[in-house]
Design a binder for this molecule. Structure first.
Ligand code: SAM
Length: 293
């Protein structure tokens, strides 16, 4: 049996300390039980022999075996020591698989391009993310992503709570559109790929899930001179969704509302609009027009 086939075949029961129910909940441990969905997620980025795959939260390995079967190299980040130890044992005979006991929020992703098995390969991130820290992990990946994408093509297939996935992928004018949509779409082209019901997991979560596919962008789709200022403007604009743009920005940025009305009018954006109607390009124009810190 080749190491890869061996790695796929040798799932073993957990040894040692099992996490308590409370710790499992805190770590979002809902394990995927539907193999067709697991295959579907892996199929979204089709790892090949030249690619590096980073799996976030491999858990009991529902995706890990499938990823290891075709990826040139697989690094899995699991924060639960017992699950990491169990997977390490399962993949002991697979030299292209590394199971790291690591926190995916704090992991240093910047060095990933150098870890590709081939300089022509891609960096792929795949994971069924824990709900409690799904947005924090996504934030860390999106912050690290564009510099990586300047060196290597980078794609991600991530399962999140459906409501969060819809917010990441939402278009202007929709109810789900907010700061998470704008900031995510500045870093990646996002596609809502698949809804997944609670029954696909054990134990079943109380919410629906969805998978998003993200193609990380080397450069943002609209030019901004100062990304931090852009971010501050977007967060302020959505801080009070029911207010007009001028009022929300005035309170969020602590600036006089009259100044904002004038600036908005100068950029051709009606100050009476709501933040959820603005495109990325309009937010960029607005950020450029505002006075610096
Ligand atoms: N991939 C497996 C599956 O689909 O069955 C498990 C998914 S489960 C929803 C989330 C996994 O992420 C758990 O194994 C959990 O221990 C792990 N996890 C939770 N927080 C984490 C973190 N900050 N960094 C890395 N892994 C984490």
């Amino acid at each position: 049996m080749t190491p890869r086939r061996n790695a796929r075949a040798t799932g073993r029961p957990a040894r040692g300390v099992r996490p308590t129910a409370g710790r499992r909940r805190a770590l979002g441990q809902h394990f995927l039980r539907d193999e067709s969905i697991a295959r579907w997620i892996v199929e979204l980025s089709r790892p090949g022999p030249h690619d590096l795959v980073v799996e976030i939260g491999p858990g009991e390995g529902a995706l890990t075996g499938l990823l290891a079967a075709t990826a040139g190299r697989l690094i899995a980040l699991e924060v639960d020591p017992a699950l990491a130890a169990r997977l390490r044992e399962r993949f002991a005979a697979a030299p292209h698989v590394a199971i790291l006991e690591a926190d995916a929020i704090r992991y240093d992703y910047a060095g990933l391009p150098a870890l590709r098995p081939d300089p022509a390969g891609r960096v792929l991130v795949v994971g069924n993310l824990p709900y409690s820290v799904g947005t924090a992990i996504l934030g860390a990946l999106l912050a690290a992503g564009p510099p990586i994408a300047r060196v290597a093509p980078m794609e991600m297939a991530l399962m999140l709570q459906r409501e969060v996935a819809e917010r990441v992928a939402a278009a202007p004018g929709s109810r789900a559109y907010g700061s998470l949509s704008v900031l995510s779409q500045m870093a990646a082209a996002v596609h809502l790929a698949l809804s997944v019901p609670p029954g696909a997991f054990r134990p079943p979560p109380q919410v629906d899930s969805a998978v998003i596919h993200l193609r990380v962008l080397a450069a943002s789709p609209v030019a901004v001179a100062d990304l931090e200022r852009f971010r501050a403007v977007v967060l302020a604009a959505f801080s009070q969704r029911r207010k007009t743009l001028a009022n929300a920005l005035a309170s969020g940025l602590a600036l006089p509302v009259e100044l904002l009305r004038g600036l908005l009018a100068g950029t051709g954006i009606d100050p009476a609009r709501r933040a959820e109607t603005l495109s990325l390009a309009e937010f960029a124009r607005l950020a450029e027009a505002l006075p610096g810190p």
